[in-house]
Design a protein around this ligand. Structure first.
Ligand code: PLP
Length: 423
């Protein structure tokens, strides 16, 4: 099936007892065992089935299967937020003394996790000087457990050379983990280019309506964990946190996602609420349609701003003169989502006047809503960083980030024009 069809049908036919066609909300904590043996088999992971919603839930399962299918992976794990997905995916592979290597252009919350929280638990994060494969390769050593990047950096808008990063990671027997939130699997499928693990904040475009947090981890099933038993000891030696299971023996290619579910999620509990899984599935049904409109509107907004006499610069890889335009063509068919940034002549002060004059664009810190949104990263999402760190992350003091929605383009351009004139 093609993406638009998968998004509507994959992983659910109709409810076997009621014949309901919409995915039912299993607002339910625990599931009954047939008998003691059935309970034991479920706990041993010998038979598939449901135990407790902190670890699995039938509504969440449909979301997991659909996102995994769209990404071309073998399995998914849904959790309460994109941030939890990122943390759990990293926790599945690392312990104190290990390191990970990351591109510098990151979502603000991910930067804070990497720069402060992970190191406080003994996991060192090495930020490369830029997002090139060479810069990443230099930092990989024997303790490196993964390479991390965002397919489209939020808010920097850089397009990462996924194939190049996968090559340098794999040369050192390290997996590549890609945050594909901004691109969505409709525009880019990192696994096709060598990514081993994909993480998502489905809070954004997938849900699409700004009403539910959620995160998903997708396992490609491609990384040969068992060939490196010492490096990936957590997947190749008996797991004390789950009665001695050896994940690569029990789950083969799905070892990674099985451990993500049964160790970080089971033990720390950022489970996705089934109601949110339902709302996210509702959004997912129209994702392919919405991304078409989002990207059509974004290129028109970018061209409008670029031609405007009050605008100093526009950064959107969909524009032919953007340094990453070729990468955007290779990885996203020339449609690098609908987040763009720009700066006004008159710097920060003019930027504030512009920001305050917006009428349709909402002033808030979110992206990927059907509605158009605007944000000033330096004072909000990236304010924990000093100016040097901000510059490295692709954030300038006067920068305004737009998440272009699916409204009528005429209304969006008019709103931008009146706000520019007031600035
Ligand atoms: C929003 C976002 C996250 C965090 O997701 P939450 O669902 O808000 O926890 C991670 N990565 C990117 C690229 C994001 O835009």
């Amino acid at each position: 099936m093609k993406d638009a069809t998968i998004a509507l049908h994959h992983g659910f036919k109709s409810d076997p007892t009621t014949k309901a066609v919409a995915v039912p909300i299993y607002q339910n904590v625990a599931f009954e065992f047939d008998n003691a043996q059935h309970g034991a088999d479920l706990f041993n992971l010998d038979v598939p089935g449901n135990i407790y919603t902190r670890i699995m839930n039938p509504t969440n399962d449909v979301l997991e299967q659909r996102i995994a299918a769209l990404e071309g992976g073998i399995a998914g794990l849904a959790v309460a937020a994109g941030s939890a997905a990122i943390h759990y995916a990293i926790q599945t592979l690392t312990q104190a003394g290990d390191n990970i290597v990351s591109t510098p252009q990151l979502y603000g919350g991910t930067y804070t996790l990497f720069a402060h929280l992970l190191p406080s638990f003994g996991v060192d994060v090495r930020f490369a000087r830029d997002d090139s494969p060479e810069a990443i390769a230099e930092l990989i050593d024997d303790k490196t457990k993964l390479v991390y990047c965002e397919s489209i950096g939020n808010p920097a808008g850089n397009i990462v050379d996924i194939e190049g990063l996968a090559e340098v990671a794999h040369a050192r027997h390290v997996p590549l983990m890609v945050d594909n939130t901004v691109a969505t699997p409709i525009l880019c499928k990192p696994i096709q280019f060598g990514a081993d693990i994909v993480v998502h904040s489905v809070t954004k475009y997938v849900g699409g309506h700004g009403n539910s947090l959620g995160g998903v981890i997708v396992d490609s099933g491609n990384f040969p964990w068992a060939e490196h038993p010492q490096k990936f000891a957590s997947l190749n030696t008996p797991e004390p946190a789950y009665h001695g299971v050896v994940y690569t023996e029990k789950f083969g290619p799905a070892a990674f996602i099985a451990r993500a579910r049964t160790v970080p999620l089971r033990n720390t509990g950022a489970a996705l609420a089934p109601m949110n899984a339902f709302l996210l599935l509702q959004g997912l049904e129209t994702l392919a349609l919405r991304m078409e409109r989002h990207t059509d509107n974004a290129i028109q907004v970018a061209q409008f701003l670029k031609a405007h006499p009050l605008v100093a610069w526009v950064s959107y890889a969909g524009l032919a003169d953007h340094p990453h335009h070729e990468l955007a063509r290779k990885y996203m068919g020339g449609k690098p989502s609908a987040i763009l940034s720009f700066g006004l002549k008159g710097g920060y002060a003019a930027g504030v006047r512009f920001y305050d004059a917006l009428q349709i664009f909402k002033r808030l810190v979110n992206i990927g809503d059907a509605k158009s949104l605007a944000c000033h990263p330096a004072s909000t999402t990236h304010r924990q960083m000093n100016e040097e760190e901000q510059a490295k992350a692709g954030v300038k003091p006067e920068m305004i980030r737009l998440s272009v929605g699916i409204e009528a383009i005429e209304d969006l351009l008019q709103d931008l024009d009146q706000a520019l004139r007031q600035a």
